[in-house]
Design a protein around this ligand. Structure first.
Ligand code: NAD
Ligand code: MG
Length: 409
């Protein structure tokens, strides 16, 4: 990693991809409280033109980009006369990501954030990475682009920010274990019978964190921790067998690094994403936040338990995909996005999410589609294949994509 030069005097030029989401709004909240430290270059959203226009009028970026072409005219008219450029579509996002900036927040949800994040890397910027799906879908390629471009990757995911703060990259051989903590989500103590009938509304009630819908469902299935396992594997290369998961319902210890002398270093704080976002925004310095201070006497007890792989199979599916390697994590991520969307649309049940993800990976493997993606094109085509396969399975058309067996010689 390259240490970027920072100057106390010059404001950091910042772009926020996914500005209207949970992470984007928290990022802008911190920027609003520290106006002298930051200038905004680009803000983007999927389709919430009104919210994006409001943010643009407040933060005065050079450009505001709406990914959904259908919302372009609404954004254009809301920003008419403001002097702020308006763009739309994937090309608009990628062009905005190429604009010179010192720091870019990758907080689009899902594999849709991959291309803008890769474009931002090209300018050797500091990339604040909230979008874990980038690393799950394209880990090898993404990390080779980080190395090639000399960009600096700062994790924003709370667990990875915690590890980053206590991980010694020069002593990797001395790291005995990394332990990712997990809240266990809203269904931590539900029986399998009860889980079979879990509803969308119940799954969206996260006990500790306020987040976008997709990651909230991922937390309920614990696929979120599976994605984070793969994310950690790429950010902190200690080997998959040295990364463990520990359920910690209070979400106060955000993760832990254990060294071989027996020292166990943890980062703690209240569950508020503005702490890891602020750490990344100010890195290598620190900045004040309005986050509630941690009062351990008030909290009284921190508890821990092992994850239950029977009730939360997504964890084992993700670990298996990481071990399988090749295209398995790409296909797993794509299938999970499709299955979560189907659950949110009330098309499948809660337990079906992990089931369809596993079936998609198995079927892709059987049909020889799990080859290692070596380029962006490979990742995108494998991602599309995973989506198509999972959609077919959900619609009860499992054979539709099956390739014909090769003719006998
Ligand atoms: P969100 O749903 O609240 O926001 C997503 C943002 O991405 C929005 O601005 C939306 O307009 C934009 N977007 C969605 N689809 C898009 C598309 N196809 N093209 C372009 N833009 C699109 O999500 P979030 O909770 O803010 O999460 C964002 C990312 O950060 C996810 O990858 C998530 O896993 C990660 N993350 C979130 C949290 C959290 O507390 N919310 C914590 C850790 C990591
Ligand atoms: Mg997390």
């Amino acid at each position: 990693m390259v240490i970027a030069e920072t100057s106390a005097a010059a404001p950091r030029r910042i772009s926020v991809f996914g500005a209207t989401g949970s992470i984007g709004v928290s990022t802008l909240d911190l920027i609003a409280r520290n106006r002298d430290r930051f200038d905004v270059v680009a803000l983007t959203a999927h389709s919430s033109a009104a919210q994006l226009a409001e943010q643009a009028l407040e933060f005065r970026p050079e450009v505001a980009v709406i990914a959904d072409d259908g919302a372009y005219l609404e954004l254009k008219s809301a920003l008419a006369g403001s002097g702020i450029e308006v763009a739309a579509g994937k090309a608009g996002l990628v062009e905005a990501a190429r604009r010179p900036a010192d720091w870019v927040m990758a907080s689009i949800v899902g594999a849709a954030g991959l291309e803008p994040a890769l474009a931002a890397l090209q300018q050797g910027t500091i990339l604040g990475l909230a979008n874990k799906e980038c690393l799950v879908s394209a880990g090898d390629f993404f990390m080779s682009e980080v190395a090639r471009t000399g960009a600096t990757l700062i994790p924003v995911d709370s667990e990875h920010s915690a590890i980053f703060q206590v991980f010694d990259p020069d002593r990797i051989a001395n790291v005995a274990r990394i332990v990712l903590t997990a809240s266990g989500g809203p269904f931590r103590d539900w029986s399998l019978d009860r889980l079979a009938a879990a509803t969308r509304a119940e799954a969206l009630q996260h006990p500790n964190w306020e987040m976008g819908a997709k990651i909230t469902i991922d937390s309920a299935t614990m696929m979120n921790k599976g994605l984070e396992l793969i994310e950690a594997h790429y950010l902190f290369p200690v080997g998959e067998e040295r990364i463990d998961i520990l359920v910690h319902p209070q979400s106060i210890i955000h993760s832990v690094v254990e060294y071989d002398d027996g020292s166990v270093l943890a980062q703690m704080g209240m569950p508020d994403m503005r702490t890891p976002i602020a750490y990344a925004l100010a890195w290598p310095e620190r900045m004040k936040t309005p986050v509630e201070r941690l009062d351990l006497a008030e909290i009284g007890q921190l508890t821990f338990e092992s994850p239950d792989s029977e009730r939360f199979p997504a964890l084992a599916i993700a670990r298996e995909a990481l071990k399988t390697g090749r295209g398995a994590p790409t296909v797993m991520n794509a299938a999970n996005e499709v299955a979560v969307a189907a659950f949110l649309a009330d098309r499948i049940g809660y337990l079906d999410i992990a089931r369809f993800v596993e079936q998609t990976i198995d079927q892709a493997d059987r049909t020889g589609e799990l080859c290692r993606p070596g380029s962006l094109e490979d990742v995108l085509s494998l991602d599309a294949a995973g989506r198509e396969l999972c959609s077919a399975l959900i619609s009860g058309r499992p054979e539709s994509r099956q390739r014909r067996a090769p003719a006998a010689l």
